[in-house]
Design a protein around this ligand. Structure first.
Ligand SMILES: [Zn+2]
Ligand SMILES: [Zn+2]
Length: 344
């Protein structure tokens, strides 16, 4: 099969790789599309440890092309999205259905072979059928959405509450949409980018805050009667925005720290845990049930995934695609998707 191989930081080649082996309980998926996620870019740039050389990629859709012995959940021809993380099924966390914390698992394209390849073998429990009316490229965003759904399930106060979402990249826009459909009374989108704010408005934000033109903390306080937001969802993962979240949240409120920040962050006002009585909630990947909820949200028309895909690259140009995304794109870039099999 043809696949991309990350050989060293910033060095990706496309060439022949052995076809994956089909084991009992597994299926072979004919990959249609695989998105370039921020995590892939961190791995590519050498900023996140990985088992290099590795076939990168983890946000993948495709068609079930072969069934291993004993497979009962899936059929040939099923259109599926893959769970980006693998789980052993028998460790302390897997036994408690917390597969996102598996002690022996890993992320595709980082610890185990990834999805920028024509074929991939996965356990049948790691592939979820996607709705017929969602294209393969748009459906790669189910991988982002399931992590967003998982994290908001852990947050208090969203129905009827005020929610500030810092960062309106693809994950931030999904958080904005989900907070609105979950019944937040006030969703405030915060970002420096003007066109992302317009997009956030289209997708349900009640108020937008251009972080480059005002003090976003002051503005969010103004919009929330001087108190701050019930929930601040931090999706940008920068030192500055992580500190802003502490200042933007109301006393007694909660920060959902969704963005993967730098290894260490300076300037966190640690006394806020006491004086402001706030909760800070972490979030890692998601669970199978979050794929079910995500698929239901999109199938019922409550969440739009298609708008988030802005760029396409053929597999042969994957190196250029990564360089483009790493460089910040063209000023109108949310998500780039690599087309591999079908022209999804
Ligand atoms: Zn990802
Ligand atoms: Zn496990």
């Amino acid at each position: 099969m043809k696949a991309a191989l990350l050989e060293a930081p910033h060095k990706m080649t496309v060439g022949g790789q052995p076809d994956p082996e089909l084991r009992p309980g597994e299926v072979i998926v004919d990959v249609a599309t695989s998105a370039i996620c921020g995590t892939d870019v961190s791995i590519w740039a050498g900023k996140m440890p990985a088992n290099i050389p590795v076939i990168p990629g983890h946000e993948c859709t495709g068609t079930v092309a072969r069934l291993g012995e004993g497979v009962t959940r899936l059929a040939l021809g099923d259109r599926v999205v893959l769970n980006p993380v693998t789980a052993c099924g028998v460790c302390h966390y897997c036994m408690r259905a917390l597969t996102n914390l598996c002690l022996n698992g890993g992320l595709r394209g980082r610890e185990v072979p990834g999805t920028f390849a024509e074929l991939i073998a996965v356990k049948e429990t790691e592939a979820y059928r996607i709705p017929d009316n969602v294209g393969f490229a748009a459906a790669t965003n189910f991988v982002g959405l399931y992590t967003v759904v998982y994290s908001q399930r852990k947050a208090p106060y969203i129905p009827g509450g005020s929610v500030a979402v810092i960062g309106q990249g693809s994950s931030g826009l999904l958080h904005t949409q989900l907070a609105k459909v979950s019944g937040a009374s006030l969703v405030i989108a915060v970002t420096r980018s003007k066109w992302k704010l317009e997009m956030a408005q289209k997708l349900g934000a009640d108020e937008i805050v251009p972080a480059g033109e005002c003090d976003p903390v002051e503005r969010v306080r103004e919009l929330t009667g001087g108190l701050g937001a019930d929930v601040v969802i931090e999706t940008a993962g920068t030192n500055q925005t992580m500190v802003q979240a502490y200042e933007m949240v109301r006393p007694g409120g909660a920060i959902l720290q969704f963005g993967i920040g730098p290894a260490e962050v300076g300037g966190i006002p640690a006394q806020a845990y006491y004086f402001k009585d706030i909760s800070v909630i972490g979030s890692r990947a998601g669970l199978a049930e979050d794929f079910d909820r995500s698929i239901a949200l999109v199938a019922s028309g409550q969440i739009d995934l298609a708008l988030i895909v802005t760029h396409y690259f053929p597999l042969d140009d994957i190196q250029k695609g990564f360089e483009f995304i790493e460089g910040g794109g063209d000023g109108g870039t949310l998500r780039g998707v690599v087309r591999i099999g079908e022209k999804g």
